[in-house]
Write a protein of this length. Structure first.
Lengths: 324, 394
């Protein structure tokens, strides 16, 4: 039993980090260069079996990837595209899977907004829409989705539109195991949130060391130091549970779903709370548009509402079969 | 990364489960005094006779030499067996988890051969003598004085918050042997025989109605110099070794146990009437969410414990990250019992013992979890300074 990455997994993480660092600036939109590099490294099929056209790693390595995407607050349709690749490949549509894995077809994420409409994230420029509606997960042809209205995004790097006409959009592939796919997605999302919780902790610590007031670094004051310690603890809680859950789900453990819901809950709480506290730790500069602190505030809130709200996952945490 | 148990570990779990089912004491642990001491020592003797004493001690010192994962398995199986007492509440705790391990690392051959078998066999109770009225969180400022006189130390001063001093045979005692040196450099770690003349023990009743908390007064107490562990004035280093065990696995039993407490609380919430006076408590949205969160958080606590073991396996020694686990565990433990009191409603009018299935006694006891063994505020300092590298400023 070991919850830390193996040397090989650490190499994977280092390589992902360097790709992100070389092609993305936190707070800036997604670059084509990063998208191409992601395709080049096989990110959208990292955890897919080689027999399905994937790289052949597992959910655990995908979780390590999404943690890095969260850390750098990378915007863009990475989550929906990765899930779409898995959906298409496992549904037997190799051509569609290849288009997604090759990065030609970007995928927006549609979830129910109200009785009539769906919200679509990252729909701009998306060829496909991953529809998550109750127990159904399907890949739709974005070109056939009508009646879309763009709204101002709470996170300005995550385009949002409201679509009434998704019912009539053409279905290209239907998930044959929506439950498993949703669980998989929850874990990738939890990993992003855990990465964000860690990133803002690092921001606060750096600032606490660099920023001086009253003739000393502000991180020396317990009021700040203790907030940082709480942030680090929440990030650690999230990281550990996400790692445990990824292993349990990968191994097909009976309590895998429980651990995944628990991971999604603690990671979302850690990301949201830490992102908020991080603004406070930075004082005036943290409140500016120029600083990236607000990016984590809005992104963590957006992600905490994807693939089921945190409250919904909390409900599942109570009823799922727990550890024996 | 993997969640696999080795065949050895699986076999160990089976053995532990079988043995615990047959040997765990039945009935209630006496709440105080000699009967409590006898109960705890009898359990230690049962462990010893069954070959389970010193599970984390090296084999050469009579222990089982088990790895941290096996220890966790042991604690899991112990909790699963629904024991009538909690491991960390036993008066054998200090001997097993502080005094014994410190002697193993820093003691002389004579100290080891005299004391270690007594601890393992359940022949001796140890207590801690660290805190003083003026030295709590700032432990290194302790002032209990010891002066060398011939081949003895003469101790004068006071210790406080000494659990089980009134039933202890020996004490791990920190004394100031050089008042002129910087505060960390003038401390010695000595073994104090609690029957020595000049020792006076007063029991302090805690808010949880327990009398095993004590203060200890020393009036010209003579301790042989051969009882010094490590060198004179090197006690702080010896102490840090001891505290390293706390960061490592000493609280693992509590952490594992909390998972079964939460499951028991969920079961309670299904049968107790909720706040609306009609439906079961678990159907109340707020209670359900708080229970769900507790369930998620104890799962995460276990994951943290395993991550800590993984880290220790790589580094060789427990790191400061263990303070995050301590901090999270202490506060989570309290949240669970706070929630319990809301779930049991009118039954919170009834006082229950700190051990056992009741909720109000353990609730009162839960306040200790963010104070003992380094307060949560001290844990936050350790996380801030030693994990995160934030500056240490007065």
């Amino acid at each position: 039993m070991d919850l830390l990455p193996t040397p090989e997994q650490e190499e994977i993480v280092a390589s992902i980090r360097s790709v992100i660092a070389g092609n993305h600036v936190t707070g800036e939109p997604l670059t084509d260069a990063l998208w191409s590099a992601a395709v080049g490294q096989g990110w959208f099929a990292l955890g897919l079996d080689e027999s399905l056209g994937g790289v052949g790693y597992s959910l655990v390595e995908e979780v390590l990837l999404f943690r890095e995407l969260g850390r750098a607050c990378v915007p863009g349709p990475f989550l929906a595209t990765t899930l779409a690749a898995r959906l298409a490949a496992t549904a037997g549509d190799a051509d569609l899977a290849a288009r997604v894995i090759g990065g030609e077809a970007r995928v927006g994420l549609a979830e129910r907004y109200d009785a009539e409409r769906f919200s679509v994230l990252d729909g701009d420029g998306a060829a496909l829409i991953l529809l998550i509606d109750g127990d159904r997960i399907a890949l739709l042809d974005a070109a056939t989705a009508v009646d879309a209205t763009s709204i101002a995004g709470f996170d300005t790097l995550v385009p949002v539109s409201l679509v009434a006409g998704l019912d009539t959009a053409a279905t290209l592939a239907e998930s044959n195991d929506a439950g498993a796919l949703a669980l998989h997605g929850s874990l990738l999302l939890a990993a992003m949130l855990a990465g964000m919780a860690r990133a803002v902790t690092d921001q606060s610590v750096s600032y606490g060391i660099d920023r001086e007031q009253f003739g000393q670094p502000v991180g020396g004051f317990q009021a700040v130091k203790h907030r940082c310690a709480d942030m680090a603890t929440r990030a650690e809680v999230a990281d550990c549970q996400v790692a445990y859950a990824a292993l349990a789900v990968r191994d097909g453990a009976d309590d895998g779903p429980f651990h995944a819901h628990a991971a999604r809950v603690v990671a979302a709480r850690a990301a949201v709370e830490n992102a908020q506290v991080n603004v406070q730790n930075h004082g005036g500069i943290g409140f500016t548009w120029e600083h990236t602190a607000h990016r984590y505030v809005t992104r963590s809130r957006v992600l905490a509402n994807c693939l089921g709200t945190t409250a919904a996952h909390l409900g599942e945490t109570l009823t799922a079969a727990g550890p024996r | 990364m993997n969640l696999d148990f080795t065949p050895d570990e699986q076999e160990f779990r089976e053995e532990a489960r079988t043995w615990l089912a047959e040997n765990l004491p039945k009935g209630v642990r006496p709440p105080d005094g000699q009967p409590m001491r006898e109960f705890d020592l009898a359990w230690q003797r049962t462990l010893y006779d069954g070959g389970w004493a010193g599970i984390n001690w090296p084999v050469e010192y009579g222990g089982k030499g088990l790895n941290d994962i096996q220890q966790m398995i042991w604690y899991e199986e112990f909790a699963r067996a629904e024991p009538p007492f909690t491991l960390n509440n036993s008066c054998t705790f200090v001997g097993n988890n502080h005094g014994g391990p410190t002697l193993i690392v820093s003691g002389t051959d004579e100290q080891k051969s005299f004391h270690l078998p007594k601890i393992l066999r359940g022949d001796a109770v140890w207590c801690q003598g660290f805190s003083e009225p003026g030295a709590g969180s700032d432990l290194a400022s302790l002032g209990c004085k010891a002066v060398v006189d011939g081949d003895e130390l003469v101790v004068n001063g006071q210790k406080i918050w000494t659990s089980y001093a009134h039933v202890a045979d020996f004490q791990e005692l920190l004394v100031r042997t050089d008042p002129t040196a910087p505060k960390h450099k003038g401390i010695s770690w000595v073994i104090c025989d609690m029957t020595t003349p000049g020792i006076e023990i007063r029991e302090i009743t805690t808010m949880s109605h327990v009398n095993d908390f004590c203060e200890v007064f020393y009036d010209d107490v003579r301790i042989p110099l051969t009882n010094v562990v490590g060198q004179i004035n090197d006690g702080w280093r010896v102490t840090m070794t001891t505290l390293g065990f706390e960061r490592g696995t000493a609280f693992m039993a509590d952490q594992v146990e909390l998972a079964s407490v939460v499951e028991r609380l969920i079961a309670e919430a299904k049968v107790r009437t909720g706040p609306d006076g009609k439906r079961p408590a678990i159907q109340d949205d707020e209670i359900a969410r708080r229970l769900a969160l507790a369930r998620a958080e104890v799962a995460a606590l276990k994951a943290m414990t395993i991550a800590g073991i993984s880290r220790t396996q790589r580094a060789g020694v427990p790191g400061p990250e263990g303070s995050m686990t301590r901090l999270f565990h202490g506060e989570l433990h309290q949240r669970v019992y706070q929630l319990a009191l809301e779930i049991i409603g009118p039954d919170s009018l009834r006082l229950t013992p700190v051990d056992g299935d009741g909720w109000t006694g353990p609730y009162l006891q839960s306040f200790a979890y963010t104070i003992g063994g380094g307060t949560s505020d001290i844990q936050r300092n350790i996380v801030g300074e030693r994990v995160l590298g934030l500056p240490r400023v007065k």
